[in-house]
Design a protein around this ligand. Structure first.
Ligand SMILES: [Fe+2]
Length: 284
């Protein structure tokens, strides 16, 4: 089971439109021209004051090649957030304020155990301590999705605090991270009943991993996709490195994972692969 409560999405309609225009290489003016929607209405929407109708959003989705159902739902403030459950292990989302936003890390453990795997490390140990569950006393391994301050700042402190073995402090191949060793595409690590597989998913940054956590011996229950800043509920991360690679990796991860896989993003609420296949504006 997962301890969580409803959370706002990481991205609003304005963010999604802005990312969509960037992906398509279109300005607000060019989008207005191509859709027949007044440029002032597009500018308002990008500025978080949307009055766009679903009909207008459908035209915009057509030009920007976005999922029109998801875009309309976002525009109405009704993006679906699925029920989360059915995992054969326990997950603690650690939500840490950072700047004007919130960055997520995750602890994953066999339920009832006081030992866990940690995915991302927040800005530092102080941020982690503020949200750390009292039941978890030991970290057997730590995995980074990518090296940015709000996701990776605490790596060396976590390694020191818990005495994590150097070969169990894992980062994406090519990442510059003191205290971390590279874990590349398709590599697997097992810790007790839990198995972690790395997927190399550049796009947001050049070095970026997603991780799939499974309990192979469990007779039922799904998997967990730690998606970093590749997939958010209702959006994607910013393409600092490569928009094309980000798009390809979004399509790949939402295709290779089963629909009941729980998605645990670097920002915003949990979701599922099925939900994002149906509604994520960027999955086409
Ligand atoms: Fe981030």
């Amino acid at each position: 089971m997962i301890r969580t409560s409803p959370l706002p999405l990481e991205d609003e309609l304005g963010d999604v439109l802005e990312k969509g225009m960037r992906r398509a290489g279109l300005t607000e003016e060019a989008l207005a021209e191509a859709t027949g929607v007044a440029v002032a209405r597009i500018l308002d929407a990008v500025d978080y004051r949307s009055e766009l109708t679903c009909d207008e959003l459908r035209r915009i989705a057509g030009v920007l090649k976005l999922n029109e159902v998801g875009l309309c739902a976002l525009g109405l403030g009704k993006y679906p957030q699925p029920e989360i459950g059915g995992l054969p292990f326990c997950v603690w989302p650690l939500r840490m304020p950072h700047g004007i936003g919130v960055a997520n890390a995750y602890l994953v453990s066999e339920c009832g155990s006081n030992r866990a795997l940690l995915f991302d490390t927040g800005a530092g140990m102080d941020a982690l301590d503020a949200v750390w569950p009292g039941t978890i006393r030991q970290v057997d391994a730590v995995f980074l999705t990518h090296v940015e301050a709000e996701h990776a700042g605490g790596l060396c402190e976590v390694v020191a605090r818990f005495g994590v073995a150097p070969e169990h402090a894992l980062v994406p191949g090519g990442a510059v991270a003191p205290c971390g060793r590279p874990m590349g595409e398709g590599e697997r690590r097992a810790f007790g009943a839990l198995e972690v597989t790395a997927y190399s998913t550049p796009g947001h940054t050049a070095a970026h991993n997603c991780y799939v956590v499974r309990a192979p011996a469990a007779r039922s229950g799904g998997s967990l996709l730690i998606s970093g800043d590749l997939i958010f509920a209702g959006s994607v991360g910013r393409a600092f490195y490569s928009g094309d690679q980000l798009q390809a990796n979004l399509q790949r991860m939402l295709t290779v994972c089963l629909g009941n896989t729980v998605v645990a993003p670097g920002h915003g609420p949990l979701t599922t692969v099925e939900n994002e296949r149906r509604f994520n504006p960027f999955f086409v």
